[in-house]
Design a protein around this ligand. Structure first.
Ligand SMILES: Cc1cc2nc3c(=O)[nH]c(=O)nc-3n(C[C@H](O)[C@H](O)[C@H](O)COP(=O)(O)O)c2cc1C
Length: 401
């Protein structure tokens, strides 16, 4: 990202998660409650483990905001880990607390444990797992909420919904790519799907699938197993021309894929119709370009997912991602003790059975970072007002094009 810098710090059972975001223009209204709302969405979901019952994430805004408005300076956020109470010594920063708890030496397959221990020279896998844990994504969601507030100024809305959990649900939701009644209709339908998803424990807006998803999670739980799934994430209200075709690293689809793939356990990302584009001839799958005086350039389909040549094309951005099953198993998998080299059962830490619902909310935050950066690259602005002036000027130019 060229204009926005986003980073997080904090261990899963450490004192707190910290996040810093730099590049947000001055004058943006930021309210802790709007951030907490997103944090609550991330904590929902059928099949979550005991940790989510302990944590009730609340953000504290530490810097970069005065009297509710951004100052253009770095914004620092903090989320305390309630579980820290049980880990004062085990996760202490003090040298004298060393060896206060037994080291973790049995690497868990499917986690960063083995590669991380070998790479960094650790004999205690806790030094890896504390940071590789998806607990860190709570801060991504908080920082993403700051970006959502910026995007909302330009009427850009981000949402998501789950389409498959385990083997239940849809391969992809093609209706989200059809726009016979125009742009506004497809945008409204997507936003409605995300709102309906928020009402569902599995974040699935389709009644015909959601009970089956709940049953699949129950079945996995009974067996001591885990399942993954697929979700779709979208943004509506985007202007044409974010990103660029001129250099590989400016292509927005690449940036978005990287952002979503960086989420723990995400193993594949698609744009628009994605892998199914291989199923039909090109004549049926390109989104033909039409024009009317009222609508300007428009399309009746969105198989490209709103991205052509690495740029937004004015249609909704639509991406899909697959989350693998949670690696930690109640019936532990075979592994090796990294110290004794003996065959052992993998370590078990309290764990989710399925976290696809949460993952979809995290993906919203990840695309919020990329889209905020792309908006800032296109429209600049030291303050929101200036970015808005440039944005409106661009919209007027497009009308007269
Ligand atoms: C929201 C969310 C919750 C997760 N919960 C768990 C969990 O409870 N137990 C677990 O073993 N893995 C969990 N994971 C997955 C691991 O964090 C992830 O598989 C691991 O860090 C290895 O990364 P990789 O799968 O990308 O290679 C979760 C991931 C996400 C996004």
């Amino acid at each position: 990202m060229d204009r926005l810098k986003v980073s997080t710090a904090g261990e899963s059972h450490g004192r707190a998660l910290i996040g810093i975001i730099e590049g947000i223009p001055a004058g943006l209204t930021i309210e802790a409650e709007a951030i907490n709302k997103q944090l609550r969405r991330r904590q929902q979901g059928y099949g979550r483990g005991g940790r989510m019952k302990i944590e009730h994430d609340q953000v504290e805004i530490l810097s970069g905001v005065r009297w509710g408005k951004t100052l253009a300076s770095p914004i620092a956020l903090k989320i305390e880990n309630r579980d820290w109470q049980n880990w004062h010594k085990g996760m202490s920063t003090l040298i004298q607390d060393e060896a206060s708890i037994a080291p973790v030496t049995r690497a868990r397959p499917g986690h960063a444990d083995l590669a991380g221990a070998l790479k960094y020279g650790f004999k205690d896998i806790r030094n890896v797992l504390e940071r590789s844990s998806a607990r860190e994504t709570a801060m991504r969601v908080a920082l993403g909420a700051v970006c959502r507030a910026f995007l909302a100024e330009f009427s850009i809305t981000i949402g998501s919904f789950v389409i498959r959990t385990g083997g239940t649900g849809k391969r992809c939701y093609q209706e989200a790519m059809k726009a016979p009644d125009g742009l506004k209709d497809i945008e409204d339908r997507l936003v409605a799907l995300s709102s309906r998803a928020d009402e569902s424990v599995v974040r699935c807006p389709f009644e015909e699938d959601s009970q089956g998803m709940i049953d699949a999670i129950d079945e996995a739980k009974d067996k001591g197993d885990t399942i993954g799934g697929v979700f779709e994430v979208f943004a509506v209200g985007l202007p044409v021309g974010l990103g660029s075709h001129v250099q590989w690293d400016k292509r927005l689809n690449g940036q978005l894929a990287q952002a979503i793939m960086s989420i723990q356990a995400v193993k594949g990302v698609e744009c628009g119709l994605g892998f199914d584009l291989s199923q039909l001839p090109g004549s049926r799958l390109m989104d033909e370009i039409l024009y009317s005086d009222d609508s300007g350039f428009y399309r009746l389909s969105n198989f490209a997912g709103g991205l052509e040549g690495g740029m937004t094309n004015g249609m909704p951005l639509l991406m899909r991602a697959i989350m693998k099953p949670i690696p930690t198993q109640r019936k532990p998998l075979a592994s090796i003790d990294i110290v004794t080299k003996e065959t052992r059962e993998a370590a078990y830490e309290r764990s989710d059975v399925c976290a696809v619902a949460a993952c979809s909310v995290i993906a919203e935050a990840m695309i919020a970072f990329v889209l905020t950066d792309a908006m800032l690259c296109k429209f600049g602005g030291d303050c929101v007002e200036e970015a808005m002036r440039n944005y409106k000027n661009y919209l007027n130019y497009l009308k007269e094009f």
